[in-house]
Every structure is written in structure tokens, then in C-alpha cells.
Write a protein that binds this ligand. Structure first.
Ligand code: FAD
Length: 488
């Protein structure tokens, strides 16, 4: 299928006149773009930001505002936790792997404390109090949360410490993060050109020297010393998702609707390499507080992991390993222990006095659930889970009446418009970059003049995902890309 708007690069000799000349052109004004612009202006460069929407924010502004930070931040210390960069690195390599970007992960962990300070200096607030229960987004303004660090097998890989730093906000904190970063940018000389959709790069031989931006139907030509692509992922481009990440097709999308992959395509058109394009964050449609007090089973009634890991990892295991044919099984007490404001509207789909009735109503093989729950209860009575090592805190024999929740029926999280098909997803693969944000070509060489950060790149991750690594990775590597682009 031929593209309506070509993505192939434009030769500089075909440009009659440039409308704008700038040192650093940042394309996309989410968290990564804002961070890049702040560092490039701090380095004394002229910066122009192109944003297709009428203002900055992107998916970053809709997000939970959880940032993965550690190594002994003041928030961790105030909550009584010791942490080290080595433990943070070891956890991230395990949770984001296999084949997480070791160089990026190591640097990110070592510089996390500095990055925390940079965020605070730019006005981003974090409250020194802990939310101590599995959840997607706490309903309070607590500033610290666990993101699976205290769950097996990670407890054997790294000393556990909570590293989910939440931007202070009731509920979702992304809007506060972006308000602070946009405010910081507004105090710099950076120009922001909104309603401007970058369509293609401009090249002079091998070198990227600008971009074309379409505003209200007219093309504008930008000449730049360096271009930084911070355009987000491609979850909203159904053709790209079908091509690269087919297991995500048909699921809800977690984004602001502008993740059309254009930045990735523009870079690919100048021979950029990509990485892990099939990987996805899977926001599975369940309430973690219910799952951890009960269990998650597949369509034949078998558990497949410990329910206290970061719920995004549950989502990936459920989608990629079980095709999302999964049920949360719990008892009345477990359901009622989850406060109303943390249930996100989820109610049991099937209830029964006996497990035999429950499995029959769900359509599981006879005896499947009875066996699983029987084994679970036998060991839970001793505070043990020899199958998957769920922490003793969450272990208790389940008692009648029982309930089951069909994950594929979805739920409606506050503020995010709801998920369908059992999960809301976004892509985590993207452009291959160095730790300084240089976009690499198919031969592994930096493409002169081209940088990228945020979800347009493959970032820290390989296959796995824990919350906070998009805003954390996006701002941190956005900053590095801004510094390097300013140096061009
Ligand atoms: C509901 C929800 C909750 C989330 N919670 C968390 C969380 O708590 N922690 C976490 O780490 N991550 C979270 N995420 C993921 C995270 O928000 C994103 O991965 C991250 O914000 C991406 O940042 P970015 O700067 O790369 O892209 P974005 O913030 O999406 O910014 C990209 C910008 O580029 C613009 N743009 C795109 N293409 C073009 C173009 N061609 N020309 C001009 N402009 C363009 C877009 O309009 C957008 O403003 C969540 C996401 C959602 C939707």
C-alpha cells in the first residue's frame, strides 16, 4: 500500500527556502522531548520543538506518573529503605530482559540519583511516603511504591527496595509531571511550534539536516544542526502493529492516540535500525489487589506465576503464554479486603459455593480448579507456595464462597478511558540508539545529525516491562540526547 504522505527523506537541494533555522529540532513534546529541549537550551543552543497536538503532553501527560528511580533517593531513605545502583541494575536487567540493553540499564541505574535530583530541580514533586500494596496506580498521593522488586525470583537476584517514584498527585500523576516540565521549558528560549506534524527528514548526503513539518495543510521546512525524534511509539498505527507486534492486535491501546510510529518510520527511511519491535507493555485488565489475594489461572485452571510480581509482567505472561485466556480466582474475603476505591469497578463474573460448581460454570475441565486450589490451600495454610513462591504475606487458604473474574471482559480504570479485549497495550520496541541518543543505522554506525529518545526508541527494555521505565527512561535518555544534539 502506497503512503498518502511520503516518509522518504527529502534532499536538501530540493528545499527552495527554509522557514526556520535552529540548532536543535526536537520532534514531539512529551516527557522525552521536554527533557531533550531543557538540556539543549541549557547548553546554550537554539531549540525548536515541533508538536502535532495543540500543546505539549503526549502520552506522558495521561500516564500514571510513576518513574523508576533508585540507588538511595531521599524518598527511599525517608521511607526507611536502603538501595544501591547495583541492586537496581540487577533487578532491571532481570525484569526487562531477556536481552535488556545492559549498557543503558547500567548507566541509568548509576545515574538514577542524579536524575532524581534533576527532576526535583525542575519542579517535579515526590512525596516521601510508601504505598505498600500491589496496584497499577495508588488511589493516594503516596510517592513510593513497589514495582515487583519484593517478589520471587527477583528477591533472589537483587536486594529488594521499592523504586516506583510517583509524581505527587491523587491518582494519575503524568499530568503533573508534564505541567512541571512544560513550565520549565516555558522559562527557556525554546520555540514551540504546535499543530505541526513532522512528516519526513531532510538530508544532505548521509547527514540529517532538518525536517518537514505540516501545519494546517502547508509544509514548513526546518533546518537544524541536529534532529531529536521523541514522537512516542507505534501502538496507534494498526498496520505497524500488525506487521511487527501481531499479538497486540485487537487489544485496547494505552496512549494519547498519537502513537502512529511516524518518527520511527522517518528514521527507518534513512536506514535506521530498530530493536525489539514485537515487544509490548500489557496492562492486563485486572485489579492487582484481588489477584494477589487470590490467584490467576489459565483456561485449564492452572497457575502460571506468583501473583505478586509487577502486574505488567503478569500481563505479558498471560498474553504471550496463555493468549489472555485467564481468570482471577478469589474468595469473598479477598474481594472484600480490597477497598471499594481500588476495585476500579471490577465485580466477579461467576460466583459459586464450591470449586466444582465454579469450574463447571467457567467451562474448565472437571477437577482442574479443585486440584489447583486444593494444592494452593494445603501449602498456604503453612504460609508457603512451593510452586511459585508468592510472598507469605499474601498466602491464606481460600474458602467458600468462591468467585471468578474473566480478564477478557476488561475493566474501566479511572482516567484512562477503559481497556478492552482484556488488556491495554503500548509498544516498547523502537529505534536502536546509543546511550547518548544517537540513532544507529543498519551497520551499527550513528546517523549523523539524528537522535531519538523515549518510546520512539527501544530504550532500556527488551521483552519485559515494569512501570516507571518509560517516563524514567524517556526523561533520562531524552536529556542525554539533548546534550549530545547540542554538541553537533
Ligand atoms: C494511561 C497510561 C498510563 C501510563 N503510566 C505510566 C507510568 O506510570 N509510568 C511510565 O513510565 N509510563 C507510563 N505510561 C507510558 C508512558 O506514558 C509513555 O510510554 C511515555 O509517556 C512516552 O513518552 P514519550 O516522550 O516517548 O512520548 P509521548 O509522551 O507520547 O510524546 C510524544 C509526542 O510526540 C508527538 N508526536 C508524535 N508524532 C509526531 C510527529 N510526527 N510530529 C510532531 N509531533 C509528533 C505526540 O503528539 C506527543 O505529544 C503510561 C501510558 C498511559 C497511556
Amino acid at each position: 500500500m502506497r503512503r498518502a504522505t511520503p516518509v522518504a527523506p527529502l534532499d536538501v537541494r530540493e528545499v527552495e527556502a527554509f522557514d526556520t533555522e535552529t540548532d536543535v529540532l526536537v520532534v514531539g513534546y512529551g516527557c522525552a522531548g521536554a527533557a531533550a529541549a531543557l538540556e539543549a537550551t541549557a547548553a546554550g543552543r537554539d531549540v525548536t520543538i515541533l508538536e502535532r497536538a495543540s500543546g505539549g503532553g503526549g502520552s506522558s501527560a495521561l500516564s500514571g506518573g510513576e518513574m523508576y528511580l533508585g540507588g538511595g533517593t531521599p524518598v527511599q531513605a525517608a521511607c526507611g529503605f536502603e538501595d544501591s545502583a547495583d541492586d537496581m541494575e540487577a533487578y532491571l536487567l532481570a525484569a526487562l530482559g531477556p536481552d535488556a540493553d545492559a549498557e543503558k540499564v547500567g548507566l541509568y541505574a548509576r545515574e538514577s540519583l542524579d536524575h532524581y535530583r534533576w527532576l526535583v530541580e525542575h519542579g517535579v514533586p515526590f512525596k516521601p511516603s510508601l504505598w505498600d500494596s500491589p496496584t497499577w496506580v495508588p488511589p493516594t498521593d503516596d510517592g513510593l511504591m513497589w514495582l515487583g522488586e519484593n517478589a520471587w525470583p527477583y528477591t533472589e537476584i537483587a536486594r529488594p527496595a521499592p523504586r516506583g517514584h510517583r509524581v505527587t498527585s491523587e491518582g494519575f500523576g503524568g499530568k503533573v509531571l508534564m505541567a512541571k516540565l512544560i513550565d520549565a521549558v516555558s522559562h527557556t528560549p525554546a520555540d514551540v511550534h504546535t499543530d505541526t506534524y513532522a512528516t519526513r527528514l531532510i538530508v544532505d548526503g548521509e547527514r540529517v539536516v532538518g525536517a518537514v513539518g505540516r501545519r494546517y495543510g502547508t509544509d514548513h521546512y526546518y533546518r537544524a544542526g541536529a534532529v531529536v525524534l521523541t514522537t512516542g511509539g507505534f501502538a496507534d498505527n494498526s498496520d505497524m502493529v500488525a506487521e511487527h507486534a501481531p499479538q497486540l492486535v485487537g487489544l485496547g491501546v494505552n496512549s494519547d492516540g498519537s502513537d502512529d510510529g511516524r518518527g520511527i518510520l522517518m528514521a527507518q527511511a534513512v536506514r535506521a535500525a530498530v530493536r525489539h519491535m514485537s515487544a509490548g507493555q500489557v496492562g492486563i485488565s485486572l485489579v492487582p489487589g484481588m489477584m494477589v489475594r487470590g490467584m490467576i489461572v489459565n483456561h485449564v485452571g492452572q497457575r502460571f506465576l506468583n501473583e505478586d510480581v509487577y502486574p505488567g509482567l503478569v500481563g505479558q505472561a498471560a498474553l504471550y503464554g496463555q493468549k489472555l485466556r485467564v481468570w482471577v480466582i478469589l474468595d469473598e474475603k479477598a474481594y472484600e479486603e480490597v477497598p471499594e476505591n481500588e476495585r476500579w469497578g471490577v465485580q466477579p463474573h461467576v460466583v459459586a459455593e464450591t470449586l466444582a460448581e465454579l469450574e463447571q460454570q467457567i467451562g474448565m475441565p472437571e477437577g482442574a480448579l479443585e486440584t489447583t486450589v486444593g494444592e494452593y490451600n494445603r501449602h498456604a495454610a503453612n504460609g508457603e507456595d512451593p510452586y511459585f513462591h508468592k510472598a507469605a504475606r499474601w498466602l491464606r487458604p481460600l474458602e467458600p464462597p468462591f468467585a471468578a473474574i474473566d480478564v477478557r471482559r476488561g475493566m474501566t480504570p479511572p482516567e484512562d478511558g477503559g481497556a478492552d479485549g482484556g488488556a491495554a497495550v503500548f509498544t516498547i520496541g523502537g529505534l536502536r540508539t546509543t546511550v547518548d541518543g544517537h540513532v544507529l543505522d543498519l551497520d551499527g554506525a550513528p546517523i549523523p545529525g539524528l537522535f531519538a529518545a523515549g518510546r520512539a526508541t527501544s530504550g532500556l527494555h527488551a521483552w519485559g516491562y515494569v512501570s516507571g521505565t518509560s517516563l524514567g527512561d524517556g526523561t533520562y535518555f531524552g536529556r542525554r540526547a539533548g546534550v549530545a544534539a547540542a554538541d553537533q
